[in-house]
Design a binder for this molecule. Structure first.
Ligand SMILES: [Ca+2]
Ligand SMILES: [Ca+2]
Length: 426
């Protein structure tokens, strides 16, 4: 979906380099900050034991006031370099396993960490992070991903924490999306028809802003709309978590057995990159939501769109170049069902630009889905779905945009040509 060309190259060039510094307290260096008198001279004895193993080793780890993590926390493993080369790599936050395009796996240093009032997060600890221009990293799994970088991070290619679809087209939430802080999905579901009217369209998910309401079904004993998901969380993205799912559309009143409401769209996941040094983005970081499905039976209600997720960049200096794209947009709502052979349209999945993902809108009477949230201002909200007509189902509401924060402790620059949707908080 996003710049597919850069994902097509088959070759992997993954480098997991050795540790650039040591938190275990090896003796020998006169001082880690002092320059070597002769840089080519090896350390006296890197295997020598500590003079005092109980002494703290804080001096070996240079910390910084990071968001959502303490960089020199004893619970974190020692870092290694991480370079994502050509082709699409996958990182699973549930297992901590990185899979290269050819299928080779590795396990970069990481740990699962609890967050106050948020989901457990996968913390990946690296000396430097580099994503090559023709490289891509798709992040999946249960937990949000927090990358602690004891140096600089350079993102020239793609990092994708969006919700995605499996081979059957079924939605999968982005990493760390759908946390308990989101409104219960039941609140957003469209009501089923209790007769021959249409089912209600579902509410779109809310996160960075409010989602869109669903549209009412039409006719006798129709189902009412599902309510929009509310804005929630905070602009600083503390704790780190992804977005919120759209509701499910209401059934047709079981004129046809089984559930004929459209399934809600899954939400984008969450990534934080916190660096001691500079974070430079000239590539793409995407955290998009999926569109809600169209009604699967005549008169069913459309599903609500999922919200965008969360992108948090926290560096001494943060530089977003004109070529960069940071996107956490919401998915569109699914269209309601109507009598006749025409199929309703699914809400569109979010794309990484400033355009709103359209709702499903191909039938006359089935209520159109609302657009997803994108860009700035009021368009961050999900758009409401339309009511059905002629006993048709209502459309699903669009999912709102998620959250983006770019925090430069020393400096922050965002070039005017860059795509940042929604706009980045400080
Ligand atoms: Ca049914
Ligand atoms: Ca329509």
């Amino acid at each position: 979906m996003l710049r597919p060309g850069l994902l097509a190259a088959p070759l992997a060039a993954l480098v997991v380099a050795g540790c650039a510094f040591d938190r275990s307290g090896i003796a020998g260096d006169g001082g880690t900050t002092a320059p070597d008198a002769d840089p080519t001279t090896p350390d006296a004895d890197p295997t020598a034991p500590d003079a005092d193993p109980t002494a703290p080793d804080a001096a070996d780890c240079v910390s910084w006031p990071a968001v959502n993590v303490t960089p020199c926390d004893d619970a974190l493993p020692a870092p290694a370099g991480l370079a994502i080369g050509t082709g699409r790599h996958r990182y699973d936050t549930s297992t901590g396993v990185l899979t290269a395009p050819g299928g080779a796996t590795s396990t970069p240093p990481s740990v699962i960490m609890a967050q106050p009032d948020g989901p457990d997060v996968r913390v990946l600890v690296v000396t430097t992070l580099d994503v090559a221009a023709d490289g891509g990293l798709t992040v999946e799994g249960e937990h949000p991903l927090l990358v602690v970088v004891h140096g600089d991070a350079t993102i020239a290619g793609l990092i994708d924490v969006s919700a995605r679809r499996d081979n059957d087209g079924d939605g999968l939430a982005g990493p760390g999306a759908g946390a308990a802080a989101c409104a219960p999905a039941e609140v957003l579901d469209g009501e089923p028809s209790t007769g021959l009217g249409g089912g209600g369209g579902a509410g779109g998910g809310g996160y960075g802003e409010d989602g869109g309401d669903g549209g009412d079904g039409h006719g006798m004993n129709h189902g009412d709309k599902g309510a929009k998901g509310p804005k929630n969380g905070n602009d600083t993205i503390e704790p780190l978590r992804g977005g919120c799912r759209g509701g499910d559309g209401g059934d047709d009143g079981d004129v046809l057995g089984g559930d004929g409401g459209g399934v809600g769209g899954e939400a984008g996941g969450a990534i934080e990159i916190t660096a001691l040094g500079t974070i430079t983005v000239s590539g793409t970081i995407a955290a998009g939501g999926l569109g809600g499905a169209a009604a699967s039976q005549v008169r069913g209600g459309g599903g609500g769109g999922g919200t965008g997720g969360a992108i948090l960049l926290d560096g001494e200096d943060v530089s977003i170049t004109a070529a960069a794209a940071l996107c956490a947009n919401g998915g569109g709502g699914g269209e309601g069902g109507q009598l006749g052979i025409a199929l309703s349209e699914d809400g569109h999945d979010a794309t990484c630009d400033e355009a709103r993902a359209p709702g499903g809108a191909v039938q006359t009477d089935g209520g159109d889905g609302g657009a997803g949230g994108a860009a700035g201002g009021m368009t961050r909200k999900g758009e409401s779905g339309d009511n059905g007509a002629a006993e048709a189902g209502g459309g699903g509401g669009g999912g709102s945009s998620g959250k983006i924060r770019a925090r430069g402790r020393g400096s922050r620059s965002i070039a005017s040509g860059a795509v940042v949707s929604p706009p980045a908080a400080m």
